[in-house]
Design a binder for this molecule. Structure first.
Ligand code: HEM
Length: 508
């Protein structure tokens, strides 16, 4: 009998060892392997878990700030090599350098968004950010013309108008200590609504609640991401913040509904449906986003639900990202007076602000460098993710079905190999003469490849318009310093503390 148990034990151990070669049994996930059969650690760094259960308990109940520090710690531990984590039911390949991201950004197949995006689904539905395959192709084709250069020229007028309104607001605000949130958030939400959606927010109640709700939705998503058990819908429903999340999502949807309804009324009143005739095909005429969607609705190519998910997507992507970049740009300009002076010298002799064209803004090379350097150091979207819908070979690794690929944009852009002294703010790195030999994927704040940001030119123009308006009228002085801030993960990069600046009117 004893002999039987001993044999059974030995056989079980041998079997378990065999299974463990392919599965990390205690972490409940399938292992990533090397195509050439070499040990995985030769190609990537494997982050040891805090327990024998892989990395499952490493992130348990950490705060957004701690999660940010933890991931930077992993990047430091791996010394610039991409690394692997083992979580409940999935291995995660984390890419943190330009060399390793190249193949993924060029891939036409690894385009399905990662598991984390599922948490965004109740908020954004399957809009452009989240959809994949045929649905994504069709939507991207429909929406790309809505961001064409010709449309940007009309948006430019709105960006300038809103920048002038922003200046009026700044006149009323205390100049010795301004919280950048008090004027930037409203500015960028107004811009995306008036341009892409073609709706003025004046008369639509609820923008403040909308902005707060977005932050709350994000906070719940990050909290959920820190507890692998909450990845399961039922557990999240029973023990997580499901009800709160539903409440905040409803606030955001009610607000975007108001916008769609306002536009649809205008659209019908103007008889815009009748304007689409065969001679004057809409394919040749370019419309802003919401008009484009309503036209396609009239043609039966998209339904109301589809319009809602795109509007939610663009409001979220277009508002929070640009406002974050603007806040960090002002923080940097305040802290580096010499850099601010060079920006001012570039803009002081420009024609009247009202007359500035897209070409004028495009010519502002140094201001462009300041914005790029801000995006490099503080990318509003610090990380993005993909998942393998089937077994996939990437960078010589065999990623099992359902494996996740996290792309740490922030680490890629802080790689000292491509950006020496990465923590130092040096806009000159982006001057034309210094970028000639830059790795094509070293600077990727808008991602790259087929799923890159559709709104990047829109964002750069909007940010430039606001900065030109502010810098022409004010000297920006520091109150908050970078060292006072702790960065946190939201879906969008956050700071735990508010950013304050001082504004001193320029005497011209
Ligand atoms: C500084 C500002 C911005 C930054 C840093 C930024 C960054 C990004 C990044 C990194 C992605 C890829 C996301 C992923 O793969 O999961 C993305 C996608 C996207 N962005 Fe932006 N974005 C900005 C502004 C905007 C603006 C102004 C809009 C619209 C008005 C916009 C709309 C979108 C959309 C719709 C997508 C999804 C594209 C697709 O998958 O086809 N973004 N953005």
């Amino acid at each position: 009998m004893l002999l039987f148990f001993v044999v059974l034990l030995i056989v079980s151990i041998i079997l378990l060892r065999k299974v463990n070669e392919h599965y990390f049994i205690l972490a409940l996930c399938k292992r990533i392997k090397c195509v050439d059969g070499k040990p995985l650690e030769e190609k990537v760094c494997i982050i040891p878990g805090k327990t024998i259960f892989g990395n499952n308990f490493d992130v348990l109940n950490v705060t957004p700030g701690k999660l940010f520090e933890l991931t930077r710690g992993w990047a430091k531990f791996s010394r610039g090599r991409s690394y692997v984590l083992h979580f409940l039911s999935t291995s995660i390949y984390n890419i943190i350098n330009a060399e390793d991201i190249e193949e993924l950004f060029q891939s036409q197949t690894l385009t399905t968004k990662g598991i984390m995006y599922d948490f965004l689904q109740p908020f954004l539905g399957n809009g452009l950010l989240m959809s994949h395959e045929e649905k994504w192709h069709l939507r991207r084709r429909i929406l790309t013309p809505a961001f064409h250069f010709n449309i940007l020229q009309t948006f430019n007028e709105i960006f300038k108008e809103e920048s002038l309104k922003l200046l009026e607001k700044l006149n009323y605000l205390q100049h010795d200590r301004i919280n950048v949130n008090d004027f930037i958030n409203e500015f960028s939400l107004n811009n995306v609504c008036e341009t892409a959606l073609g709706v003025k927010l004046t008369g639509i109640a609820g923008d403040i609640e909308y902005r707060a709700a977005i932050h709350n939705v994000e906070a719940i998503i990050v909290e959920r991401a820190c507890n692998p058990l909450m990845y399961y819908e039922t557990i999240f429903y029973l023990f997580g913040q499901y009800k709160k999340s539903k409440h905040y999502v409803e606030i955001t949807h009610n607000f975007s509904d108001k916008i769609i309804n306002k536009k649809r009324r205008e659209f019908l009143q103007n008889g815009n449906r009748c304007n689409i005739d065969k001679e004057n095909s809409y394919a040749k005429t370019r419309y802003a986003l919401l008009d484009t969607l309503l036209i396609h609705e009239a043609q039966g190519l998209i339904d109301h639900q589809g319009i809602c998910e795109e509007v939610d997507t663009f409001m979220f992507e277009g508002y929070d990202t640009t406002s974050t970049c603007l806040k960090f740009a002002l923080l940097n300009l305040a802290q580096y007076p010499d850099i601010q002076k060079r920006c001012y010298q570039e803009i002081e002799n420009l024609t009247a602000f009202e007359n500035l064209t897209v070409f004028d803004f495009n010519k502002l090379e140094y201001l462009g460098c300041v914005i790029k350097e801000t995006l490099r150091m503080y990318p509003p979207v610090p990380f993005i993710g993909r998942q393998c819908i089937k077994e996939t070979v990437l960078n010589g690794l065999i990623l099992p079905r359902n494996a996740q690929v996290n792309i740490h944009i922030i680490d890629i852009m802080r790689d000292p190999k491509h950006f020496p002294e990465p923590s130092v703010f040096k806009p000159d790195r982006f001057l034309a003469e210094n970028t000639r030999n830059m790795h094509p994927f070293a600077f990727v704040p808008f991602s790259a490849g087929s799923r890159n940001c559709i709104g990047q030119k829109f964002a750069m123009l909007e940010i430039k318009a606001a900065l030109v308006a502010i810098l022409r009228n004010y000297r920006v002085l520091p109150v908050t310093h970078t060292k006072d801030l702790s960065l946190e993960y939201g879906i969008i990069l956050r700071t735990k503390q508010n950013i304050f600046i001082k504004l001193k009117p320029r005497v011209i």
